[in-house]
Design a protein around this ligand. Structure first.
Ligand code: NAD
Ligand code: TYD
Length: 354
């Protein structure tokens, strides 16, 4: 079996669903169920013996040792993290705790288990660390996209904590020989995305007739990848990636935020017309994010050259599926908008003058 951490979050849940749709190899899913973890995203696996869920923290060494001893996974796929830049600005401590200390504890528990394996099992074992393009910093309009050898220049507490975890993973390979692979991926979007992030927030707010808050001038550029394409990239790297190597994963879809918001509005206008006119009337420019990175872009040629991976979705096909999914899953959306969610919306948006 494989041990997945953070498998009740956005990308982790999509990965687990994708994995079990294509394989009978069981998944041990360790997730602390923070505000971002949601077992409802995995409801279709209820009663499926291939999915073993454990509620717990990656910083809990005793729990990790017990899980390794009981389940003897052949690989770890590490998603668990605090993942939202704006939250990292309001409260960085949780990012250091989970992303840095938690990854350290997970690496140590993995190393302890891995060290005792026989030589073939040791060689076949993988620790797959899921990271972000944000560790490379911010690009200007004319800079070349990030490659795997670019220097690390993280700018937010989130990206700094992910950069630190990447360095730990690298060192555990270099020093102890742990067979690690790291993927640095661009912005994901798709089903089960928590509506604190740009695309689901815009869909959810538009449907509720609420303002669509665009930070600054809306000209910041991100590279967008449909989440199921990220899952297929991780499968490819886990199966064929070379230990110690880093692979950049991206969608070849660079877009300014304001264009994303207009696209979401146009799709909603088509699929669920707003009697008051176009949803784009709700677009509201608000105070920018402090230290806002201007542009991220991924050069994903290495993973294509070595492993033959390319995204299956274009932005047009992926965003259409995503908007459709949110319209068809109003129950999921309603349940994640709990009291804690409303408190976050207050914290993040009330001080941003329109
Ligand atoms: P998410 O916030 O939706 O999910 C994170 C999950 O980790 C949640 O289920 C949460 O309960 C769990 N978790 C948090 N702290 C934990 C802890 N201490 N122990 C165990 N579980 C814990 O995040 P996501 O968007 O699914 O991102 C997953 C991974 O992918 C992260 O490592 C993130 O840095 C990386 N990543 C995300 C994106 C993106 O666009 N979302 C892009 C590139 C890389
Ligand atoms: P986000 O989804 O938080 O991802 P990240 O910061 O990791 O790239 O934000 C994507 C972009 O959208 C980013 O440039 C910030 C911007 N943004 C807004 O303009 N308004 C919002 O309400 C949010 C949440 C993000």
């Amino acid at each position: 079996m494989i041990l997945v951490t953070g498998g009740a979050g956005f990308i982790g849940a999509n990965f687990v669903l994708d994995w079990l749709a294509g394989s009978d190899e069981p998944v041990l899913n360790l997730d602390a169920l923070t505000y971002a973890g949601n077992l409802e995203s995995l409801a279709s696996l209820t009663g499926d013996a291939r999915h073993v869920f454990v509620k717990g923290d990656i910083g809990d060494r005793a729990l990790l040792d017990r899980l390794f001893a009981e389940h003897r996974p052949r690989a770890v796929v590490h998603f668990a993290a605090e993942s939202h830049v704006d939250r990292s600005i309001h409260g960085p401590a949780a990012f250091i705790k989970t992303n840095v200390e938690g990854t350290f504890t997970l690496l140590e528990a993995t190393r302890s288990f891995w060290s005792a394996l026989d030589a073939p099992a040791k060689a076949a074992f993988r620790f797959h660390h899921v990271s972000t393009d944000e560790v490379y910093g911010s690009l200007s309009k004319t800079d070349a996209p990030f490659t795997e050898t670019d220097t690390y220049e993280p700018n937010s507490p989130y990206s700094a904590s992910k950069a630190a975890s990447d360095h730990l993973v690298r060192a555990w390979h270099h020093t102890y020989g742990l067979p690690v692979v790291t993927t640095n991926c661009s912005n994901n979007y798709g089903p089960y995305h928590f509506p604190e992030k740009l695309i689901p927030l815009m869909i959810v707010n538009a449907l509720a007739g609420k303002p669509l808050p665009v930070y600054g001038d809306g000209q910041q550029v991100r590279d967008w990848l449909y989440v199921k394409d990220h899952a297929s990239a991780i499968r490819a790297v886990l199966a064929g990636g070379r230990p110690g190597e880093v692979y950049n994963i991206g969608g070849w879809n660079e877009k300014p935020n304001i264009e994303i918001v207009h696209t979401v509005c146009a799709l909603l206008d088509e699929m669920r017309p707003d009697p008051a006119g176009s949803y784009s009337r709700l677009i509201t420019y608000v105070t920018d994010r402090p230290g806002h990175d201007r542009r991220y872009a991924i050069d994903a040629r290495k993973v294509e050259r070595e492993l033959g991976w390319r995204p299956a979705e274009t932005f047009d096909t992926g965003i259409r599926k995503t908007v459709r999914w949110y319209l068809d899953n109003a129950g999921w959306v309603e349940h994640v908008q709990s009291g804690a969610y409303r408190e976050w919306v207050d914290t993040n948006y009330s001080a941003r003058a329109a």
